[in-house]
Design a protein around this ligand. Sequence first.
Ligand code: SF4
Ligand code: SF4
Length: 235
Amino acid sequence: MGTLFNELKQDILYQHGMNACLNCGVCTAVCPAAEFNDYSPREIMNIVQSEDDEQIEDLLKSDKIWYCGQCFSCKTRCPRGNNTASVVLALRRLSIRHGYFAESEKGRQQLFAKRVFGENVLKRGYTLLAENITPAHFPELGENWEYYYEHRAEMRQWWDVPMDLENSPGSHRMIPEKDLDEVRRIYQKTGAIALMDAVEKGMEKKLGSKAEVEKYWQTWLETGDSRNYEIPDRQ
Ligand code: SF4
Ligand code: SF4
């Protein structure tokens, strides 16, 4: 039993999610993510159950732990009462704490989660703002959305509800500052802010500097696809 596994088993999500896996594969048979990706909850449980740090480290560096959509279908069917979704969350936290997430394309998308969903919640109490949903990145939303996006400040004035004209949660109300403070304290106490910081640090370590992280981020914003940034070979 290695140090990574020891750290994993301290996580309450791991403790709640893993009883003992008999490798029956029922979870994989019902998993929607397994149908479309190189992903199998049975494999995840098998690796974790091996308690082998080498295999766990490979898993933490791979895309696999980011494919789970947290639908909990596996939990309802598992004959041993396991919950792979919660084990996956514990693995994600471990991957971020150790910077392993930055080794995979899906893992690096945590920068988006941190800078958009995480920072929005801390600043405004909402995960996603209308400003984040640019027509260039979401063409499937069509002409109506394009119109709204371009005229949002004007249209928000028509609605006459208390919200900022820019960077607003849209039609939602503004969250009072005292409630936002409470949210920030929860994030601080539960370790979410530490994880958000670890995402920035992990990306910096992987790409070599803060400036490269910004370049990566800009490539993503401008082209809608982070894969257009070439990851430096720092082996
Ligand atoms: S359904 Fe449960 S016991 Fe079967 S492989 Fe999945 S986690 Fe293991
Ligand atoms: S929670 Fe994750 S592992 Fe379980 S069935 Fe849904 S996508 Fe698959």
